[in-house]
Design a protein around this ligand. Structure first.
Ligand SMILES: O=c1[nH]c(=O)c2[nH]c(=O)[nH]c2[nH]1
Length: 302
């Protein structure tokens, strides 16, 4: 191959402050509330000179982005994380000249009140609520997207799942089964068709529909379960455009107790942590509005 001789230029770039750990206490009454967030900002715009000439005149420091994230926690975080993210993203695009697009990714860590105590909680989990807000352009070219979700929702069913009838090749040793343990740690992200929705109610509803479907479906494969969960969510929430599910098949292998003369009637399993099957499934409406930048590369935080 001939050497490549084209000019070397700056390609796509973005920058921001990753993983701002914001804890907001609401102490308006003696019964306090807590919000525990991990907030990442990521800005796109005309930052050519910063990269090619070391000229910072268009660069809003990532430290200023961090300060903004904390300041807005005082003034804009009373609602849901989606509203807080929208306020931040709109601010960066509308008020900071060189910024043409802003993405805010948020992890919302759940805390549960200890009994009915007014100011003590325990961290629950590992499940985490997520939101990724993208705002681009101004005036007629303004576009906004909200993707909400959850991650690390660990679920298991001890029956009601099988896997059989699969393609076999010379390397296939897997035995078909009509009764196995099905377990996963779910990542789900759903894209709203517009940017005004009942965020908290939808979050709770999507979570419930997904779990109900996981439990109720006689599963022929994790892929089928995921599709059915996604379909049920889109059926229940007509203002969602699509849902993307990512799920490891957390294998539970029946442990061989024959060696000890002990029968194993599907009661003792080895929960193997790797390798694991990994499924990615998108369920979408054919008439969904354009996804635009909604799914732009995640920074990894949310
Ligand atoms: O639900 C499953 N889907 C697969 O694609 C697969 N492959 C496998 O070995 N076990 C399973 N289980």
């Amino acid at each position: 191959m001939d050497p490549l001789t084209g000019r070397i230029v700056l390609g796509p770039n973005r920058y921001g402050k990753a993983e701002n750990r914001v804890v907001r206490i609401y102490r308006d009454t003696v019964r306090h509330e807590i919000r525990d967030l991990n907030v990442t900002s990521s800005l796109r715009g005309d930052f050519e000179a910063a990269h090619t000439a070391g000229d910072q005149r268009a660069v809003l420091p990532t430290d200023s982005q961090k300060q903004t994230i904390f300041a807005y926690a005082a003034t804009h975080s009373g609602g849901s994380v989606e509203d807080y993210g929208l306020a931040l993203a709109r601010h960066f695009v509308d008020d900071i000249g060189p910024v043409s697009s802003a993405r805010i990714e948020i992890e919302d860590f759940p805390w549960e009140r200890v009994g009915d105590h007014p100011y003590t909680w325990t961290r629950t989990g590992p499940e985490v609520r997520t939101a990724a807000i993208t705002v681009t352009g101004a005036g007629d070219t303004r576009r906004e997207w909200v993707v909400a979700g959850l991650k690390d929702l660990v679920v298991l069913k001890s029956t009601g799942s099988g896997f059989a009838g699969f393609l076999e090749d010379p390397f296939t040793v897997l035995e078909p089964t009509d009764d196995r343990v099905l377990a996963t740690s779910l990542v789900a992200r759903w894209r709203y068709a517009d940017t005004a929705a009942a965020w908290d109610r939808t979050y709770a509803g999507v979570r419930e529909v997904m779990l109900d479907r996981f439990a109720a479906l006689q599963s022929k494969a994790l892929q089928q379960t995921l599709f059915e969960m996604g379909r049920a969510v889109l059926e229940a929430f007509p203002y969602l455009a699509e849902i993307r599910l990512q799920a490891p098949n957390k294998h539970h292998f029946l442990f061989d107790l024959d060696r000890f003369g002990i029968p194993n009637r599907g009661e003792v399993f080895h929960a193997d942590d790797r390798p694991y099957g990994l499924m990615h499934v998108t369920v979408q409406r054919e008439d969904a509005p354009d996804a635009g930048s909604a799914w732009d590369e995640y920074t990894g935080a949310a």
